[in-house]
Design a protein around this ligand. Structure first.
Ligand code: SF4
Length: 234
């Protein structure tokens, strides 16, 4: 008998039952999503949001506000966001300049482009590769794509979607190819799926020593069936 097809929708339902329905993203504005990505480095989500809220309060989150703000006001935010805070002040100014020069200060015009061009436009900004561009297009409810961060990608790969390739970009493309026919054309579902997969990757399906015995989707998981998690736990 052929093996049952791995169902993404079932996996997302099980993750939702385990973690609860995710809350709303802190912002759905495309420029703010780029700032959120860049205001902090290697910190928890809570700390990143704290840094972003400080930026909103002390400097503003519109391109002209970032350019008009003092270094000290921006630094109040980037200091909350981990190491190299001064570098990130310059980075946020660079982002504001790109928004002014390339998009007349309004990034929403990039969202009116066809999907490949919209992705390319967003990738003009620092730290925005294809996965982050897809996340922005999803969170702004522009295109029903399931942008995946590294946590979500690891979870789906271990479950058995797509193949491990020679580099991250190729693996990302392989996993996206494997899930594309199973995506709901429903922004709420896709946004929840992004958040749940990320959370699962951070809490249980961690890079090292995943906590497979506690995992709500272990019965469907290719990696679990190999028993590899036991070797890692030793
Ligand atoms: S069983 Fe383990 S490897 Fe598979 S999804 Fe769960 S935590 Fe990840």
């Amino acid at each position: 008998m052929p093996a049952a097809r791995l169902s993404l929708q079932r996996i997302i339902s099980q993750l939702s039952a385990h973690y609860g329905k995710p809350g709303q993203p802190i912002t759905t504005d495309p420029f703010e999503l780029i700032l959120l990505e860049n205001v902090a480095y290697l910190v928890s989500d809570e700390r990143r949001e704290e840094a972003f809220n400080s930026l909103r309060k002390n400097a503003g989150t519109k391109p002209h506000e970032i350019l008009a703000a003092s270094n000290d006001d921006i630094l109040k935010a980037t200091k909350l966001g981990g190491m190299h805070p001064t570098q990130r002040v310059n980075r946020l100014r660079e982002i504001a300049l790109i928004a002014m020069n390339e998009f007349a200060g309004d990034l929403r015009q990039a969202l009116t482009l066809a999907l490949p061009k919209a992705k390319k436009a967003l990738q003009k900004f620092p730290s925005i590769g294809e996965p982050s561009a897809e996340k922005i297009l999803l969170f702004t409810r522009t295109y029903p794509v399931l942008g995946l961060d590294s946590n979500g990608l690891r979870v789906l790969r271990r479950l058995g979607f797509g193949e491990e390739k020679k580099n991250y970009t190729a693996t990302y493309a392989s996993v996206q190819g494997a899930i594309k026919d199973q995506l709901k054309k429903d922004f709420d579902w896709l946004i929840d799926a992004h958040i749940l997969l990320r959370r699962h990757g951070k809490e249980l399906c961690k890079t090292n020593r995943p906590l497979c015995e506690q995992c709500p989707v272990r019965k469907s998981c290719e990696y679990f069936k190999t028993g590899q998690y036991r070797v890692e736990a030793d």
